[in-house]
Design a protein around this ligand. Structure first.
Ligand code: PHB
Length: 391
């Protein structure tokens, strides 16, 4: 009798716990973060997560009656197979509601079919090859595309007296997109491309490529490399082989002078002109609040780069979409809520293009300057309302 009573009580308690568990699971929105957290691209994951944390620091960790939880996974670098397996595990084992992150294009492309299959919203916070958003109807991109940030650089260069350019781009999706966009817009502006090279994505040795550029004697080099360590190595080679002294200018997308590495690159970057959608020096109240929240959320000293800004804006888009769906995480409802969404980002006004699910934004022309606070990309010209011209 006593024993049966105990068993029954235990069963009732277990049932109550199960109900409580189900209720709390319903009150949680799980974000599965797939990004690069180790290896040469480890900064990507750290910047993206840092931006997401900055958003939560400013706006709290719940929205529409739901608590937001992040489950973090490391692709270890450009590893499509790993990224795909991690995304599958997040969906089937961790029951995440939304997939987020994706620094590198190959990882984003590998996960697109997982989002389609599971009908889960997938928010791209960096990967910038134009075609990515066409690979699943559940993808929204809040970062940029390479054609979008490259075209203004070509237009600006052609208008500012540069006539002969040699292009150097990383040999994969974003680099090839960037080369095509630069070449088309620069030729349309009356410029001439005198040579082009593609550098490997993994462990590039830039020396021979830089020498080839020098020997061709262009007026300028146009450069796209994935942000981070590669830009530091390229700038070193550009200095060492005397391109600056030979009068060969360097123009690039802002990936090279990314706010995460600019101080490390040092004074040789002063005067460098780039085109991009985000600078930590952007002068607006939204950006000042973001830069401060980023430092507060990430141990004080760090500076957010464009990936952090996209992590922040991705969270803003998710919070706003969840408000519209009253907390529903249904992939179709979330996508519908995001189409046409307008946000005031730390980079300026942005909109999710309802047709392409890519971001429409201002692209700025900037120059590296030494300010009292250190080296910064200071914006001095702008191209508002830029869509992805790559589609
Ligand atoms: C990409 O892989 O899509 C990518 C990576 C780094 C960048 C830009 C694009 O700076």
């Amino acid at each position: 009798m006593h024993c049966r009573y105990l068993v029954r009580s235990a069963l009732i308690i277990a049932a109550l716990f199960a109900v409580a568990g189900a209720v709390s699971a319903q009150n949680v929105v799980k974000l599965g973060l797939v990004a690069e957290f180790s290896g040469p691209f480890a900064q990507y994951g750290q910047q993206i997560l840092g931006g997401m944390n900055a958003y939560m620091k400013l706006h709290g960790d719940s929205v529409a009656g739901k608590k937001i939880e992040i489950v973090q996974k490391d692709t270890t670098g450009p590893s499509p197979d790993v990224a795909k397996r991690l995304a599958q595990e997040l969906v089937t084992r961790d029951n995440v509601d939304i997939l987020v992150g994706f620094g590198l294009t190959p990882n984003a492309l590998a996960v697109a079919p997982v989002a389609s299959e599971a009908k889960k919203l997938m928010v791209i916070m960096n990967a910038a090859t134009s075609i990515i958003t066409t690979k699943s109807p559940y993808i929204v991109r809040v970062s940029m595309t390479l054609p979008q940030v490259t075209q203004p650089m070509a237009v600006w260069a052609a208008k500012n007296g540069i006539k002969k350019v040699y292009t150097v781009v990383a040999d994969y999706g974003p680099g090839l997109d960037s080369e095509k966009a630069f070449t088309e817009a620069f030729k349309a502006g009356g410029g001439e491309i005198v040579g082009s090279v593609h550098t490997p994505l993994q462990n590039p040795d830039f020396g021979p490529f830089i020498q080839r550029v020098k020997d061709a004697r262009p007026e300028a080099v146009f450069l796209f490399l994935p942000a981070g360590e590669q830009g530091i190595a390229f700038m070193k080679g550009y200095e060492e082989r005397g391109l600056k002294q030979a009068g060969i200018k360097l123009i690039a997308t802002g990936d090279i002078t990314d706010d995460g590495v600019l101080e490390t690159m040092g004074d040789s970057t002063v005067g460098l002109i780039t085109s991009f959608h985000y600078s930590a020096a952007h002068d607006s109240p939204e950006n000042k609040a973001f830069v401060k929240a980023y430092a507060d959320a990430n141990g004080g000293k760090l500076r957010p780069n464009f990936m952090a800004a996209a992590g922040y804006d991705g969270m803003a888009a998710i919070y706003e979409a969840l408000k519209k769906t009253s907390g529903s995480t249904d992939g179709d409802k979330l996508i519908a809520a995001m189409k046409g969404m307008k946000l005031m980002s730390p980079r300026g006004p942005i909109m999710i293009d309802p047709d392409t699910r890519d971001v429409v934004q201002t692209v700025y022309i900037r120059k590296v300057e030494k300010t009292s606070g250190g080296l910064y990309n200071v914006e001095f010209d702008k191209f508002p309302d830029q869509k992805d011209p790559g589609k």
